[in-house]
Design a protein around this ligand. Structure first.
Ligand code: RTP
Ligand code: MG
Length: 143
């Protein structure tokens, strides 16, 4: 099963979907050399969002984060590229779009620190956990 350095999980967040950036973001992701190997438009329940971001459950921004992430549909996708986690974090840019470099997805599409357009896994282990959170193994096209 998926357990390698070549995969990451992304979500196009509710702000970016609402703002009509879904197609442009998918285009930027594939132009950057990532292959989409699983894809779904869906809406997180409060329970889903709390589980997905459980690492942040004691942070002051947790309640807002859960409210925002459940506020509309998102696009979840598993992406494949060599060194995917690190390469994708570079493509999306800093958490706060004010600090994101020119050309990064958050610089281009994010509104604010909270409404920051896109998620990327932060480790290979979390990429695996998050991919299996959103997709059944048979929905992830490894080759
Ligand atoms: P993500 O998980 O969504 O890809 O974002 P990230 O790794 O860049 O940032 P992370 O530390 O995992 O935080 C998750 C989301 O919580 C919001 N946040 N707000 N107000 C704050 O200090 C604060 N810190 C984080 C952001 O929306 C971030 O994407
Ligand atoms: Mg994170």
């Amino acid at each position: 099963m998926i357990n390698n350095k070549n995969l990451t999980l992304t979500m196009i967040k509710p702000d970016a979907v609402k703002n009509g950036y879904m197609g442009n973001i998918i285009n930027d992701i594939t132009n950057a050399g990532f292959t989409i190997i699983a894809l779904r438009l869906t809406q997180l329940t409060s329970q889903d969002a709390k589980k997905f971001y459980s690492i942040h459950k004691d942070k002051p921004f947790f309640k807002n984060l859960v409210e925002f992430m459940t506020s509309g549909p998102i696009v979840a996708a598993v992406l494949k590229k060599e060194n995917a986690v690190e390469e994708f974090r570079k493509l999306i840019g800093a958490t706060n779009p004010k600090n994101a470099e020119e050309g990064t997805l958050r610089k281009k599409y994010a509104e604010s620190m909270e409404r920051n357009a896109i998620h990327g896994s932060d480790s290979d282990e979390n990429a695996r956990i998050e991919s299996l959170f959103h997709f059944a193994e048979k929905e992830i096209y490894l080759d």
